[in-house]
Design a protein around this ligand. Structure first.
Ligand SMILES: NC(=O)c1ccc[n+]([C@@H]2O[C@H](COP(=O)([O-])OP(=O)(O)OC[C@H]3O[C@@H](n4cnc5c(N)ncnc54)[C@H](OP(=O)(O)O)[C@@H]3O)[C@@H](O)[C@H]2O)c1
Length: 293
């Protein structure tokens, strides 16, 4: 199956592309500046040139605070472009796998969110991603939207790599301790995405729709950072000695964030047999890989 991965320089798109190639799939990765999905002509050319049998869209405007001021751009990338990609997939008769976020929820709950729970984003990024989901649903029946959370991997920018850098530069760091969620490894998610791609290729009864996928277990950014330092200290020299828990009211940022955004991943297991992995285990695997590759 010919698969085009859009956003292949991003942390998730890159990992999907590497894993897909390693499994012998016929993969083509595209990203800015060569392919801009907000440019409709470039998107059409992508389909006509590569004739994909499946499109995986990992491209997004992901700067949560930046979206508060670059609202137009966030909506063009996260709402309009996925809508147009879905329209093109429908025209070409092919399916689309797309990613969304835990930030479609307001975070007022305290049990992991199910796919059917009411959405109510508290920031522009979450709203733009939600409207992107809705555009896809209205344009294309054969879609899989995977909502994920707190993504990290060896490629690209993320919280784990930022902490590893800070741990070498500072003796004390302050980390928010009142936001709860589930860290998700791009390696684990990519494996699941390729598993779904193989279902799409080999089966006819695909349960199209929206699914949740995140690492197993719930933590805070504070506990997450402590675990990062605990794992990394045996592999590299860190000078950090103190990880101070702070409330989100002290860590001033442009965008509000949900206080609780863990996701219930039962549906993806039921329909695709995908089991999530404990977040601490996946974090260890990523940090080992980071220092060894
Ligand atoms: N990161 C998280 O914690 C998180 C959490 C929940 C859900 N998600 C979702 O998971 C997916 C993957 O996220 P990620 O962390 O891998 O994102 P990422 O690392 O920011 O990668 C996104 C990629 O898309 C590219 N891109 C942006 N605008 C584009 C455009 N107009 N045309 C083509 N490519 C464009 C970016 O290029 P530039 O870098 O040059 O802009 C980047 O290479 C996204 O849908 C995101 O919303 C992420």
């Amino acid at each position: 199956m010919k698969i085009v991965v859009i956003g292949s320089n991003g942390q998730l798109g890159w990992e999907i592309l590497q894993q897909g190639k390693a499994c012998g799939c016929e993969m083509k990765g595209v990203d800015l500046p060569l392919v801009d999905i907000t440019n409709n002509t470039q998107a059409v050319n992508l389909f006509t040139l590569y004739q994909p049998e499946l499109v995986i869209n990992a491209a997004a405007y992901t700067h949560v605070d930046g979206a508060e001021t670059e609202k137009d751009l966030a909506f063009r990338v996260n709402r309009d472009a996925p809508g147009h990609l879905a329209y093109l997939c429908s025209t070409f008769g092919i399916p689309l796998i797309h990613f969304s976020t835990d930030y479609v929820f307001d975070g007022k709950g305290d049990v992991p969110y199910k796919e059917t729970d009411p959405v109510s984003p508290v920031n522009v990024y979450g709203q733009s991603k939600l409207e992107g989901e809705n555009r896809i649903r209205s344009e294309l029946q054969k879609h899989i939207i995977i909502r994920t959370s707190w993504l990290y991997g060896i490629h690209g920018n993320n919280f784990v790599k930022a902490m590893l850098r800070l741990g070498k530069e500072k003796e004390s760091v302050q980390v928010v301790a009142d936001q709860f969620g589930s860290p998700t490894s791009t390696a684990d998610l990519s494996e699941s995405v390729l598993h779904i791609a193989s279902h799409i290729q080999n089966r006819t009864n695909i349960a199209w729709g929206t699914y949740h996928y995140c690492g197993r277990g719930i933590t805070t950014w504070h506990e997450f950072s402590q675990e990062i330092f605990d794992i990394a200290k045996s592999m590299t020299s860190l000078i950090v000695r103190q990880v101070e828990p702070i409330p989100s009211t002290v860590f001033v940022s442009k965008a509000s964030r949900p206080a609780f955004s863990a996701l219930d991943c039962q549906q993806i297991q039921t329909h695709f047999g995908i089991q999530t992995k404990p977040w601490r285990h996946s974090l260890k695997v990523m940090i080992h890989r980071f220092f060894n590759e």
